[in-house]
Design a protein around this ligand. Structure first.
Ligand code: FAD
Ligand code: NAG
Ligand code: NAG
Ligand code: NAG
Length: 581
């Protein structure tokens, strides 16, 4: 490193592999290109860009949790959805898809190499320290080995479907189940088959067959799918153990609440960064105010939809303790909860689907009933997209994935003797039994690998503003790769310790949540507190934090706008060049 300029030029010309072409892959490719990296390859198994929002996966009726202006990149404005007035600006799946495709054609196409329909089989570092990525062309079946000096893992938390064994298509085959069994990820491609298998209730006279569609799962995908099918007039039965929580209101939530730091400071962060946060989370009166607001939000949301007192949708815990929270926005007639209220979606909960009946025609439920169904849709979530990508040696060498703690972090919980964390929900048994941690520093770099500057993860932070977080994270990674001046741990031991402190914090903050998500989606859990987490990353890069501005009184209500990140590349350049002077 005696010759920093020469060194940086070499780094910029060396090949970088970006694994995945979803939101995380695209913004990382963009930031690296802007920074002058010249040899970038993006690999995806999909036929087009967008990952979760790619053209083959978004389906009609898919409406996301985020509202217009929240989930985008600073370099490209997003057009507001056509029905913004009616929905409070909730973005559609198709809107996300079009946005990602435009971002690609404006900034990335022909500037970076994109390999579509290419499955990543394995990656490892060879003896020369190069990353070898084994891929297979899904069209020809041809395998190939690609070499990169640096790699960014952007394979996503929602890209590898999880099938419960007892209801998988294989099991359905063994029982000769005569209907259709799919995972929610196949909903788009199989929608027409489903609609012709089970006829509309209203079309009964015309001779179309009636039948039942069983949707398994209580998350957002399950609800979207139920609503879509019920709106198509189909009989839908939805079964789940515990539902997501939700926010909803009669009129749209004003931006100074919705898009500001207001909700983020009402959630404790691993470090309480402001006097106001310390007041809210460490004093008795602050804690009372905090919980009062969360309980009120949960309650008014349930009341907005007139959810009955004995409904399974009334969780005993407030929104405060969960990350499975959706934003329904304004109350609408055709939405999931409205359709449940009018009986157009039948709900069985709490219950589990156990498997097929012996005749293979129905599904057995844990409450002793069977449901005769012609279509089963498994909205049963996702498994880690990292599984199988790393061999044992590579994953040990990197220190990636779930493992027993490497550092000695005993009794750290006293650091967070926050008043707001008193009386938590019971920890999930898996969380107690497994005691796993990930040692990923800042949710981006496996601690063990911190000094090598050749591997980063993007998109594995669970947050409610993926656009903002992935963009800040992409800048962090680019600076890290280039050896820019940054606040970084000085040794792997220190980085591992930080990573494990963060794992201990996740457990403390969301005791019954960790086991619900996967390693490729849980390097950090700053669901509400993403603005604080982003500020830490910005400070690591020695650029301005708290970018939404405001004075001592108004800062919690200032709107956070993605355009506040548009000068980040220039600011980082200034930091870099000052050092050279
Ligand atoms: C139905 C649904 C609704 C959602 N709603 C919201 C929402 O409202 N708000 C929100 O913030 N988030 C939502 N999410 C989460 C969403 O996944 C993230 O917001 C975001 O899109 C993740 O982007 P990503 O780039 O990290 O991963 P992904 O979009 O999953 O992209 C992963 C990429 O990696 C590729 N890939 C993975 N493994 C391999 C492999 N082995 N070989 C080749 N390629 C591979 C994929 O092809 C893809 O290109 C939703 C997810 C789903 C499924
Ligand atoms: C990228 O790097 C690879 C491997 O060094 C090399 O073969 C290829 O020609 C480079 N491509 C560009 C566009 O520089
Ligand atoms: C199981 O749930 C279904 C649907 O709510 C209900 O009709 C049935 O009576 C329940 N069975 C038992 C044994 O409780
Ligand atoms: C993914 O999450 C599910 C649900 O918690 C869990 O059962 C499964 O083991 C996880 N998979 C991996 C690979 O972590």
């Amino acid at each position: 490193m005696d010759d920093p300029i020469g060194c940086r030029e070499r780094i910029l010309s060396e090949p970088v592999g970006i694994l995945g072409a979803g939101v995380a892959g695209l913004i990382n490719a963009y930031v690296l290109l802007q920074d002058g990296f010249t040899n970038i390859t993006v690999i995806t198994r999909d036929r087009s860009v967008g990952g979760t929002w790619s053209r083959d996966r978004v389906y009609p009726g898919l409406r996301i949790n985020n509202v217009h202006g929240e989930y985008r990149f600073s370099a490209l404005k997003m057009a507001p959805p056509e029905d913004a007035a009616e929905t409070g600006g909730h973005i559609t799946g198709m809107g996300m898809c079009e946005y990602m495709e435009t971002f690609y054609s404006n900034f990335l196409e022909n500037k970076a190499t994109f390999k579509f329909e290419t499955e990543i089989r394995r990656l490892f570092r060879n003896q020369d320290g190069l990353w070898i990525v084994n891929v297979e062309d899904m069209r020809t079946g041809k395998s190939e080995s690609l070499n990169f000096n640096r790699v960014i893992l952007c394979t996503g938390g929602c890209s590898n479907p999880k099938f419960p064994d007892e209801l998988s298509p294989d099991t359905a085959g063994k029982y000769q189940f005569p209907g259709i069994v799919i995972h929610s990820s196949q909903f788009r491609s199989r929608l027409n088959d489903i609609l012709s298998k089970v006829g509309s209730r209203n079309l009964n006279e015309t001779g179309t067959k009636e039948g039942t569609i069983l949707v398994v799962g209580g998350g957002k995908s399950a609800m979207d799918i139920c609503a879509k099918l019920a709106n198509e007039g189909r009989r839908v039965v939805n079964i789940f153990e515990s539902p997501d929580r939700f926010l909803a209101s009669k009129s749209a939530i004003p931006d100074f609440i919705r898009k500001s730091r207001f909700l983020s400071i009402l959630s404790p962060h691993i470090v309480l960064r402001s006097r106001l946060e310390r007041f809210l989370h460490t004093t008795t009166i602050g804690s009372y105010i905090t919980h009062f607001i969360w309980n009120k939000l949960a309650e008014t949301s349930l009341d907005a939809y007139s959810i009955p007192k004995d409904s399974p949708f009334r969780s005993p815990f407030s929104l405060f303790w969960g990350i499975r929270s959706n934003d329904e926005g304004r109350v609408r007639a055709g939405s999931y909860y409205s359709l449940v209220n009018t009986g157009q979606i039948e709900v069985i909960s709490p219950a589990r689907a156990l498997g097929f009946t012996d005749d293979g025609k129905s599904v057995r439920l844990s409450n002793g009933t069977n449901v005769l169904a012609q279509v089963i849709i498994l909205a049963t979530g996702w498994q880690s997209s990292w599984t199988g990508l790393f061999d044992e040696q590579t994953s040990t060498e990197l220190g990636i994935g779930r493992h027993a703690p490497l550092s000695v972090l005993k009794g750290v919980d006293h650091i967070w003797n926050y008043k707001t964390l008193a009386n938590p929900p019971a920890a999930h048994p898996d969380n107690i039994a497994q005691n796993w941690v990930t040692s990923v520093y800042r949710g981006i770099v496996p601690g063990k690998n911190i000094l090598r500057r050749d591997f980063a993860i993007a998109g594995a932070m669970f947050s409610s503003n993926v656009g903002y977080m992935t963009e800040v994270c992409a800048h962090w990674t680019s600076s890290y790769f280039q050896g820019d001046p940054m606040r970084l741990p000085s040794s792997p031991e220190e980085a591992i310790k930080e990573g494990e402190l963060s794992a201990a914090w996740m457990r403390r903050r969301y005791p019954n949540m960790l086991s619900w998500i996967n390693e490729s989606y849980s390097t950090t859990l700053d669901f509400w507190t993403w603005p604080q987490a982003a500020d830490e990353l910005l400070e690591d890069m020695h650029v301005r934090s708290l970018r939404s501005g405001g004075n001592w009184l108004t800062w919690p209500f200032h709107i956070i706008d993605l355009s506040e990140l548009s000068t980040l590349g220039d600011e980082r350049r200034a930091v870099r060049e000052n050092r050279k002077l």
